[in-house]
Design a protein around this ligand. Structure first.
Ligand code: H2U
Ligand code: ZN
Length: 352
């Protein structure tokens, strides 16, 4: 059971995936708030927007025209952050000024032709098609000897920097392993070497064991959505597969697992939308094993959801002050957040 001090006294929690600590201050949850209030996002969207660069048949900013697609649509980002043929270059001035050329590819994945669709609104098999698209892109981009990591992510909502409400995600495939996956590679490899098992298999067993359940939000036969013990963002969650596999292509080829991942994504995002009665903003993404030609038995596929909202549709958490200069801090405990998310319905919200 949870010790009392974990719910009432200031403490630090350790993130075994990153090796970093978060300050938890549950005694502070009653403090008054007079901070910034964000605008509410618009509630109603048209099914088709002639100005949208992702809607079927429309022209994109780069000049290309989208096909009249029926399900998902994947294209090369017209404004890619990475290029496959960047000039080679390396700088190292005394270990102080260091730089390296970085090659890569950027893709955009439209989830649906419907401008107003969201994950919880979509039919199960249509979310399955999104999973297929992510898996195919992972396999195809990862097969390139140049690309050693495939990062799938979705910025949902203007608050998280999404440029367009049309449901879509991005994929950035890079030559180098980015910072976050690098931390997770080191910790998972270390766990595997020293303990012979998998860090996230062991963590999931703990969360589902007889002593636990406090942080689980929802689950099905193949996936579990939970607020990790070490969550930083107020309603941060992870989706973890019960089966040990390193990447989405392995999930997409098992019909039951593909459907189960679609199910858990829909249910989790429906709960999010119910939390404050709005289409809930977040950045989410999958951490998959590196595509560097090694098998990576230590790596356990998982998704992170990082939502910015704190206490209403209009009050967000800022990572400032101590969080920028010391380490992240939260007031509401992971267990409280999980309990609030657990109490919400999983049906599609009518208010969002
Ligand atoms: P975000 O909403 O997460 O920013 O993703 C939209 C991406 O779509 C963004 O990376 C690209 C932007 O570069 N884009 C195109 O590729 N073509 C366009 O016509 C406009 C935007
Ligand atoms: Zn659109």
């Amino acid at each position: 059971m949870m010790a009392d001090w974990l719910t009432s006294a200031p403490h630090r929690r350790y993130n075994p995936l990153t090796g970093e600590w978060v300050q938890v201050s549950p005694q502070r949850t009653q403090r008054p708030w007079q901070g910034q209030v964000e605008d509410r996002p618009p509630a109603q969207l048209p099914t088709y927007d002639p100005q949208c660069y992702l809607c079927p048949g429309n022209a994109r900013a780069g000049g290309a025209r989208n096909p009249d697609y029926a399900h998902t649509f994947v294209f090369d980002n017209d404004f890619p952050a990475l290029l496959p043929d960047a000039d080679p270059g390396a700088l190292d001035v005394g270990g102080l000024l260091m730089a390296r050329a970085e090659r890569g590819r950027c893709r955009v994945v439209c989830f649906s032709p419907r401008h107003d669709m969201t994950l919880p609104d979509m039919a199960l098999d249509d979310v399955g098609r999104v999973i297929d698209a992510w898996a195919q892109e992972t396999e195809r981009l990862g097969a390139s000897p140049l690309l050693n990591h495939v990062q799938i992510f979705e910025n949902n909502g203007a608050m998280m920097g999404a440029s367009n409400p049309h449901p879509h995600s991005q994929i950035w495939a890079t030559e180098s392993l980015p910072n976050e996956p690098t931390k997770e590679l080191v910790t998972q490899r270390d766990w595997h070497t020293r303990r012979g098992g998998c860090l996230l298999c062991d963590y999931l067993a703990l969360e589902l064991g007889p002593q636990a359940g406090a942080r689980v939000v929802c689950q099905n036969d193949h996936f579990v959505a939970l607020v990790p013990f070490w969550a930083v963002w107020p309603f941060e969650t992870m989706v973890i597969g019960r089966r040990h596999t390193g990447w989405l292509p392995a999930v997409a080829q098992e019909p039951a697992e593909r459907a189960a991942l679609a199910d858990i994504l829909r249910r989790l995002t429906a709960r999010y939308d119910h939390l404050f009665g709005v289409r809930f903003p977040y950045s989410m993404g999958f951490h998959q094993r590196p595509t560097d030609g090694h098998s990576h038995p230590e790596w356990h596929l998982h998704a992170h959801f990082y939502p910015p909202l704190l206490r209403s549709a209009t009050v967000r958490k800022f990572m400032v002050g101590f969080e920028l200069l010391g380490n992240p801090q939260r007031d509401i405990t992971a267990e409280e957040s999980a309990a609030r998310l657990r109490a919400l319905p999983e049906t599609r919200p009518t208010t969002a």
